[in-house]
Design a protein around this ligand. Structure first.
Ligand code: ADP
Ligand code: AMP
Length: 216
């Protein structure tokens, strides 16, 4: 089963993907996490992506598509994946469809987590991230020990691109380049809107309900 989590930056895609991937045994594939890992390891891809990420722009489609294809080709993704942050442009969506088609598969479901802009800014401003990409929030999801990940105890950090100026640009980029995917997937009958303003737990319950319905 291939599920695409759609929604603006800060909607809760990463938070929900971590919860659902454990419950459903689906691999969580976050394009942002893969870019950040490349950046940390100073790989050629990381160096190419850095300037775009720092400005809150999208990394060019050719680089992003090649990177995600590579990830989805790994054995652990053969039975499905929970995609978080990809696709973000119509070209990426087409590339994903073409790739799955080669395997005789399709995207099965696109939950669209909707949250108004003012709330996104507050969420991203208070986001703390672990080395492994687990996310916390000072107010809405605080770690048990301040500054430490609940799962592995690693130090939490604030992402460079969560600064207010960059957040504003990321939301603008999302509105311009990613929102066309809402209609794209709606036309294919795959889109299910989820109210992302509810609590983390409630959003998780709603998401699991739509995924389980699909499995029946
Ligand atoms: P995305 O992956 O869509 O960018 P995240 O999952 O990283 O978003 O969530 C952004 C921030 O908002 C994090 O700090 C997270 O703890 C917090 N958050 C996520 N979902 C909710 C929610 N339903 N209510 C309040 N805060 C949330
Ligand atoms: P995220 O972790 O999803 O918020 O992504 C962080 C940053 O990584 C984005 O602002 C982009 O610069 C880059 N990025 C992640 N996914 C994509 C994608 N699908 N297409 C282009 N750039 C991406």
């Amino acid at each position: 089963m291939y599920i695409v989590l759609l929604g603006p930056p800060g909607a809760g895609k990463g938070t929900q993907a971590s919860l659902i991937s454990e419950k459903m045994g689906l691999v969580h594939v976050s394009s942002g996490d893969i870019f950040r890992e490349n950046l940390k390891n100073l790989t050629p891809l990381g160096k190419q992506a850095q300037a775009f990420m720092d400005r809150g722009e999208l990394v060019p489609d050719d680089l992003t598509i090649a990177m995600v294809k590579d990830r989805l080709n790994q054995p652990d993704c053969q039975k499905g994946a929970l995609l978080d942050g990809f696709p973000r442009t119509p070209a990426q969506a087409e590339a994903l469809a073409a790739m799955l088609k080669e395997w005789g598969l399709t995207v099965n479901l696109v939950p669209y987590i909707s949250v108004p802009e003012a709330e996104l800014i507050e969420r991203l401003g208070g986001r703390w991230t672990s080395q492994k990409g687990r996310v916390y929030h000072v107010k809405y999801n605080p770690p048990k020990v301040p500054g430490r990940c609940d799962v592995d105890g690693s130090p939490l950090f604030q992402r460079e691109d969560d600064k207010p100026e960059t957040v504003k640009n990321r939301i603008k980029v999302y509105l311009q380049q990613t929102t066309p995917l809402i209609d794209y997937y709606k036309e294919q009958g795959l889109l299910v809107e989820i109210d992302g303003t509810k609590s983390i737990k409630e959003v998780g319950t709603d998401l699991l309900a739509v995924i389980k319905k699909l499995k029946k």
